[in-house]
Design a protein around this ligand. Structure first.
Ligand SMILES: [Fe+2]
Ligand SMILES: [Fe+2]
Length: 305
């Protein structure tokens, strides 16, 4: 239901849970990829090609970007791509555990459980694929800091229902919007394009699954639960956006991390890219009553609402 403007709308009729899962299982049977086989991992890296679409780089359009050499820009895009992938692995690990907890008490033979297990299989391949791409570029793993790792531990151990699926949507859709640009960009390394294509294709069904579940679970929330879910979702989105680019990427290409981070925080171009890219997710979560109160403030601070 939508509570925007304090007017509660009745929810639109949804397909039953098992029907959605059966449809998504059919899609998985038709379109699933093994990155170890599909991607040519031995192809030579062209030093002139970017690691990802430069317009998605946190410094693109700043004075600092203008002062950098082309080699530095290319290197920074490769490091930022690896940092974004590391955030992807972090959240996929969180998601896999939440999914397992969600299906633990359900009918193991149901289509819903079978699809959740299939999605966990997809995420295992994705995380290994992201890790292998970073290794191919010769870039270390950019893990979130210890505080965020502990916050993630709390989130994955306690979140259920609309909070688990709403948080999943933020992580999956932020990555999805970037990768839709990466997979079509001839200026970037073929490995990033191929990784992105596989991920976008398989994530489409995860996003459908999470959206349908979020709608069902949000409709069951009490006022107090809704308040908690809204607050937590704002925090999840805020930390995901802030974690995408590790400050270590700047050091890796010879920039002062403090100065570069400050430039990125004030980069209007980057904020506008995030805002535009997250608009669909924010609109959807708002339509089911999961945005509001303190979460709106956190989303504004993260430049996504
Ligand atoms: Fe994934
Ligand atoms: Fe996913």
């Amino acid at each position: 239901m939508s509570i925007t403007g304090n007017r509660v709308q009745p929810p639109a009729p949804r397909p039953p849970r098992q029907e959605t899962a059966a449809r998504l299982l059919n899609s998985s049977a038709r379109k699933s990829f093994d990155p170890n086989v599909e991607i040519d991992w031995d192809q030579p890296l062209d030093p002139a090609l970017y690691g990802m679409t430069p317009e998605w780089c946190s410094l693109y359009g700043t004075e600092l970007w203008e002062s950098m050499s082309q080699e530095q820009r290319v290197a920074l895009t490769a490091h930022e791509a690896a940092s974004i992938s590391s955030t992807g692995i972090w959240f996929e690990m969180i998601l896999m555990q939440m999914l397992l907890r969600d299906i633990y008490w359900q009918d193991f033979a149901s289509a819903h459980v079978r699809f959740a297990l299939t999605e966990i299989g997809d995420e295992c391949r994705h995380s290994a694929m992201f890790a292998r791409a970073a290794q191919t570029y010769g870039i270390p793993s950019y893990k979130p800091g210890r505080v965020l790792m502990w916050l993630g531990t709390f989130f994955k151990s306690t979140s259920t229902g609309s909070l688990a699926y709403g948080g999943t949507l933020f992580a999956e859709e932020i990555l999805d919007m970037m990768q839709r640009d990466f997979m079509r960009d001839a200026r970037i390394q073929p490995i990033t394009r191929e990784v992105s294509k596989i991920h976008v294709t398989e994530e489409a069904r995860h996003i459908r699954f999470a959206r349908e579940e979020a709608i069902r679970k949000a409709a069951e929330l009490t006022r107090l639960q809704r308040w908690y879910v809204r607050l937590s979702l704002g925090g999840v989105a805020f930390f995901i956006v802030r974690t995408l680019v590790s400050p270590e990427v700047y050091r890796a290409v010879g920039l002062d991390p403090k100065q570069a981070r400050r430039a990125a925080r004030h980069n209007r171009h980057y904020s506008a890219m995030l805002h535009e890219g997250c608009a669909g997710t924010v609109e959807f979560l708002d339509s089911i009553g999961l945005i509001g109160g303190p979460s709106a403030l956190l989303l504004r601070r993260a430049h996504i609402a």
